[in-house]
Design a protein around this ligand. Sequence first.
Ligand code: NIG
Ligand code: FE
Length: 397
Amino acid sequence: MFLTNARIATMTAPSGYGMINDGAIVIEGDRIVWVGVLADVPSDHETQDATDLGGRLVTPALIDCHTHLVFGGNRAGEFEQRLEGVSYEEIARSGGGIVSTVRATQQASPDALFCDALTRVDAMIAEGVSTIEVKSGYGLDRDTELKMLRVARRIADARPVTVCTSFLGAHAVPPEFAGNADGYIDQVCIPTLQAAHAEGLVDAVDGFCEGIAFDTDQIARVFDAARALGLPVKLHAEQLSNIGGTQLAARYGALSADHVEYANAADARAMGQAGSVAVLLPGAFYTLHETQMPPVAAFRKAGVPMAIATDCNPGSSPLASPLLALNMACTLFRLTPAEALAGLTRTAAQALGLSDQGQIAPSMRADLAVWNVTEPAELAYRIGFNPLHSRIFGGTL
Ligand code: NIG
Ligand code: FE
C-alpha cells in the first residue's frame, strides 16, 4: 500500500506531533516500511497504485489503554443516586458500585457479554481505535473472571482490533469475603490469576489500591504472583485518596499507574525513575465530579509520560469515545493537544508495553487513522464530532 498527499502526525518525537507535510507512507504486509516527504520516496519501493489522501491528516490509529468494557448490566440508577447527593464511595460501601456490576456479570452468558461489549468496541473502532486494553474484575470468582477474559480474547477474532487483557481480580472485595480481603486475595484472586495465565488469557496484571478496595500489602502479594509468572503490572492508584499505590507500582516497575489524581510530586518522581506511564482518565474525573486534578506539572517535571484512556466502565466512566477523552484531557486537565494525542497513541502503547505501535515510523505496525481535518489540534478541539475518514489496521483499509 502506498499512501500519498497526506499531512502526517508521526507522533515519533518526545514532544509535538512530528509533522510531515506532503507526506507519503509505504506499507508492506502489516508494517510501515517508509515514511517521509513524497519527493523523497526511494525508487526501490512499490509505488504504483497510490492512494491519494487529499491532504488529509494521518495519525497513528488510537490506542485505548484502560477499559473495563466487558461487563453485565448498567448503573444508570447509581448515576441518578449520585445526582441526588450520594457519593461513589457511599454507594460502593452499601453494596452497590462495582459489586452490583459483579452480580450482573456473573449472571450474564458469555454470548450476552460478548454482544454487549461489541457495541462499545464498534463505537471505538468508528473513532479510529486499533488497540483496546480490556480488564477483568467484574467476576471476583474464578469462573466469572475467566469468562470475562475469554470474552475479551474473542473480540479480537470478531473485529479488526488488537486486544490486550489485564487481570483485575483485585478490583473489589466480594460480599462473601466481607471483612476478609486477605482471604479473597490468597484463596481466590491469586489462584484465579494462575489459572487465567495457564489458559493464555493474561497480558498484564492490574489492581485497585484504595480505601474501598485493597491496601498496598494486598496488592504487593498480587504483584509478587504476577512477577512469578513473568507478567507486567499496572495499578489503579490514588484515584480517591493517597494510600501509597503509586509508589508501590513504581517499586514493581509497573507499566503504568492509572487515575493518579491524588498522586503528589514524590509519587511523580518515583514513577519517572521507574519509567511508569501515568494514565489519566478524564471520563472518571468528569463523571464523579472530582475536583482534585492529577499533578500534570509534576509529571512533566519528572519526565513521566502521560497517556489518556476512556476507562470505559458502567460506573465511574460510561464513556466509549476516545475523542471525547482527548478533548476532556485538554479542557479538564490542561494537557496540550499534542500531549493528549501522544497520550492516545505513543504513550498509550508504552502503557501496554507495545513497542511497535502508536507511532508512524519504519517497522511499526501499519495501524493508521485518516481524518477529515488538516490540523491535529482539531481532533481534541471539537466536542461530539467524529471526523474519521478511514482506518488502516495491520496494513488493511
Ligand atoms: O477505573 N477504580 C476502579 N475501577 C473502575 C470503576 C469501576 C466501577 O465503578 O465499576 C475505574 O474507575
Ligand atoms: Fe479503571
